[in-house]
Ligand binder design. Structure first.
Ligand SMILES: [Zn+2]
Length: 131
């Protein structure tokens, strides 16, 4: 099965629903309701192989609201012909225990906005990754 098809599996559907149930609020901004689950880390190994294990690793995806998702996508995913940027995962709060959410007091939304950069600061990671 190709990596693109993992997103269509029952296993992923279940993982996604579970994630949204556990994180009804966006894991990035902790303000907006989460509406989708997206990979925020590449599940491609350094050897260039898509790893099913990484794909289904909860540390590799997040429940996000639309605006955070599009911001992450535009910033890192090579819109407008820019180079892909590494380090998207650096701007996303690490998940500790399963279902644990970071508190919005731990890092301010403005700090996150700063870290995420501007729309002009664009870059191509998620576009081939199923939500
Ligand atoms: Zn958000």
């Amino acid at each position: 099965m190709r990596a693109q098809e993992w997103g269509n599996t029952v296993a992923w559907k279940r993982a996604r629903e579970e994630r949204l149930l556990k994180n009804p609020v966006c894991e990035q901004c902790a303000k907006e309701p989460s509406t989708l689950v997206a990979h925020i880390r590449s599940f491609i190994t350094p050897e260039g192989v898509a790893s099913r294990e990484l794909f289904f690793d909860p540390a590799y995806y997040r429940a996000l609201c639309r605006s955070c998702h599009s911001r992450l996508t535009t910033t890192y995913d090579g819109g407008f012909g820019n180079q892909r940027k590494s380090g998207k995962e650096m701007h996303v709060q690490p998940t500790g225990a399963t279902g644990k959410q970071f508190s919005s007091g731990s890092i301010g939304a403005s700090k996150l906005d700063e870290a995420l950069g501007t729309p002009e600061d664009l870059a191509d990671l998620l576009k081939d990754i199923p939500e």
